[in-house]
Each structure stands twice: as structure tokens, then as C-alpha cells.
Design a protein. Structure first.
Length: 190
């Protein structure tokens, strides 16, 4: 069984919306505005590219990332990696041609079936709604979180407000950096 890893930049109050400057959100770009950049805090991002064997996204994140990431040297490892997009509306004709193999999955059942295949870890980038659905369905195995010392208030959240049974996590790696960022890696306890 493959490991499904959710990776996110998240504010202390759980917001994941528009960390890189995406338009339409009041606090867009919050990961770099008034935040001292420390390369060591972001080393986990390079490790993720080296360890992951596939990427999973929702439609909105795919449409955003596929316009920029294929030509970015920082994301070169992702260019050749198989990508899976969970969407009920996306069609094959709208997939970009310069970002490697991309498969459309239509449901969480398709994601569960993908996890049952042979291969290494699958990384989930962005995709707030998808992350919530995957978490609620118990499909996420690990979280890689870079927690920013910010309270953003309103915005898309990493976790849903669904009434559900407790899901227990085990902290497997943690580090705090001089700029206040915290890296936390959690495994789901099953």
C-alpha cells in the first residue's frame, strides 16, 4: 500500500489559502510577506520531491500549478513524476502537455484504489477541499506541515469542520526555526 502524504503551508489558525500570492484572498502571499526567509526551514520541500513518486491534486490546484510549475527549476522533479487530479469536471483535453503523465480520478474511491497499487509515496499539494475530503475519509497517512506564526482569520482551512470520530496523530519529526516557523511531521495512528 502506498503512503499518502499531505504537505501544506498553514497558519497557526489553520488557513492554507493563497500562501504563494494567488489572487482573490485578502492575505494572499502570507508565507513571504514580513517573514524572514530561512532556507533550512524549507528543506523538507526538496526532500518531498526526492521521496515522492507521484503527486495528487484537486482540480483548482492542478489548474493553478500546471500554469507555472512545469517551467520552474525548483519543481523539476515533479515535472517527470506521474500526477493524479481528483475532479468530476476536468476533461482530458484541458490537461497541459508539458508536465508529464496526468491521470484524472473521479472519486475518493479512485484515490483509495490508487493507494492500493505498487509504488512509493504520493504527495498532495495545495487542494484544501481535497485535503479535507481525504482526511475525513481516513485516506491520509502522514502530514508534512510548515506552520507559520500568523493568525489569518477567514480563509480556506486544511481540516474540515465535519463532525467525526477522533483521528489520532503521532508526531514523528519537529523543528522550530529562528523566524518562528515550525516544521511538524505527523503520522496517522490507525
Amino acid at each position: 500500500m502506498r503512503t499518502l502524504i499531505s504537505t501544506a503551508f498553514v497558519s497557526l489558525d489553520g488557513v492554507v489559502e493563497a500562501p504563494g500570492g494567488e489572487p482573490g484572498y485578502r492575505n494572499s502571499g502570507w508565507t513571504f510577506k514580513d517573514m524572514e526567509f530561512l532556507p533550512e526551514a524549507f528543506e523538507i520541500k526538496g526532500q518531498e520531491q526526492k521521496q515522492a513518486t507521484a503527486m495528487l491534486m484537486g482540480r483548482v490546484s492542478y489548474e493553478s500549478f500546471s500554469l507555472v510549475w512545469p517551467d520552474m527549476e525548483d519543481f523539476a522533479d515533479y515535472k517527470v513524476m506521474p500526477k493524479y487530479v481528483v475532479s468530476t469536471t476536468l476533461i482530458e483535453d484541458t490537461l497541459v502537455s508539458n508536465w508529464g503523465e496526468t491521470t484524472i480520478l473521479r472519486s475518493l474511491d479512485d484515490v483509495a484504489a490508487l493507494k492500493e497499487t505498487e509504488g512509493g509515496p504520493i504527495i498532495v499539494h495545495g487542494s484544501a477541499s481535497l485535503n479535507q475530503a481525504l482526511s475525513d475519509a481516513g485516506l491520509i497517512d502522514r502530514y508534512h506541515l510548515l506552520v507559520f506564526p500568523l493568525l489569518l482569520g477567514k480563509g480556506k482551512r486544511l481540516f474540515s469542520a465535519t463532525d467525526k470520530d477522533t483521528q489520532k496523530l503521532r508526531l514523528v519529526e519537529h523543528e522550530t526555526y529562528a523566524n518562528g516557523l515550525q516544521k511538524s511531521v505527523f503520522d496517522m495512528v490507525r
